[in-house]
Design a protein around this ligand. Structure first.
Ligand SMILES: [Zn+2]
Length: 381
């Protein structure tokens, strides 16, 4: 693929009318909020979902009127996501990423052939990426409400600006630090987690034979990574050793979201009923890894205009097992999550379910236990 081909794909994406995308987005959000809105039955709380007339990529959760859980998603998020999905799937239909970044795909299950999931067209993949990612955004906001994150954040902070959970990186405001940043990051990770736990069964339930095809997981991962980068701003810097700002680094967010995905795909009941292809764990893990690499490379190089060297360095540097900084960061986050867990469980809004929080397995504990304080200062890419 040359620069001209790429330009024409982008042009094509930009010609898709905003109103067309807004309609599809409204349909997707309507469907999921109708199905999962039932979780509010018996809580005495009302769920209110609306669209923000904002061209920026935004999503938020707040409760200005007591007893009304408000979720808002911007039209800008829908139009950006749809075009992103259109361009990304058109690109991965070619060998563009494989040619340029062959090093990043060594050992990938697709080998050196095509990245697009088998048996699917680019249009189907575009729709899967759009639908699953938008549904996840809704579920992430729903979890902020269900787990009472607004209460929890304000109970631990004197700042008055915590009455709303806003997903996008706000430029120009001083970043959160210390306790407030720790709580913000931990609750974001908790919302990421529960959103994944609900999304995959929701997808399977809505499909023929209650099946969750592999392509849905692949495209969801591509969309999720693109979204994490978009919300984080255009930075291609590696993760910090301590929580700073409102949201965790995209690579860290993804590593933990992947654990949630693998958790669902390791549940024997779910696998035998809906995802038989996931029975080989190693293959599933590599497939998710490959989708992450595709999504991250694309977001960094094409969406954020990072050089291909920078994008490649980023991918290579996000192997969290080899990064002391990330280990130190995770140790802080894990202890924060453990501290918040009883509070979240107690304040969980839905009566039919229990809060779903990240499980800090022994493997995670072992991974972060050797993060010495000295590691935290040894920043290296
Ligand atoms: Zn959030």
């Amino acid at each position: 693929m040359n620069a001209e081909d790429l330009k024409s794909i982008v042009k094509q994406a930009n010609q898709i009318p905003d109103a067309h995308i807004a309609n599809i987005g409204a349909h997707v959000v309507n469907r999921i909020s109708t199905v999962l809105g039932g979780l509010y039955n018996g809580t005495g709380i009302e769920l209110s979902v609306g669209w923000l007339a904002d061209a920026n990529v935004r999503a938020r959760a707040y409760e200005r009127v007591p007893g009304v859980h408000k979720i808002e998603i911007s039209y800008g998020l829908a139009t950006w996501l749809y075009r992103q999905a259109h361009i990304l799937t058109a690109i991965i239909k070619t060998d563009h990423l494989l040619e340029k970044y062959s090093k990043a795909f060594i050992g990938s299950p697709s080998g050196q052939t095509r990245l697009l999931p088998e048996g699917t067209t680019a249009e189907q993949c575009r729709d899967l990426m759009f639908d699953t990612t938008l549904e996840w955004v809704f579920l992430h906001e729903l979890t902020h409400h269900a787990q009472s994150h607004l209460n929890i954040r304000s109970a631990h902070s004197s700042a008055s600006n915590l009455e709303i959970v806003d997903e996008a990186h706000v430029i120009g405001e001083p970043p959160l630090t210390g306790e407030e940043a720790k709580i913000s990051h931990a609750t974001e990770i908790a919302a990421d987690h529960e959103a994944v736990i609900h999304l995959l069964p929701y997808r399977a339930f809505g499909n023929k034979g209650k099946q969750l095809p592999q392509a849905e997981v692949f495209m969801f991962v591509c969309g999720l990574v693109s979204l994490f980068h978009k919300f984080y701003g255009s930075s291609s810097a590696p993760p910090e050793p301590i929580p700073v700002g409102t949201h965790p680094h995209p690579a860290v967010r993804f590593a933990l979201a992947r654990s949630a995905i693998m958790g669902v795909l390791s549940n024997p009941d779910f696998v035998s009923a809906s995802a038989h292809w996931a029975i080989e764990k190693d293959k599933t893990f590599s497939m998710i890894d490959e989708a992450y690499t595709v999504g991250a490379l694309y977001s960094l190089e094409l969406d954020n205009r990072a050089s291909s060297e920078k994008a490649m360095a980023f991918i290579m540097s996000t192997n969290i097992k080899e990064r002391p900084n990330t280990k130190a960061y995770l140790r802080t986050i894990f202890s924060q999550l453990k501290e918040l867990t009883p509070e979240i469980e107690r304040q969980y809004v839905f009566t039919l379910l229990k809060a779903k929080l990240p499980v800090i397995t022994q493997e995670w504990e072992d991974l972060v236990k050797d993060a010495s304080p000295a590691d935290a200062s040894s920043l290296s890419v």
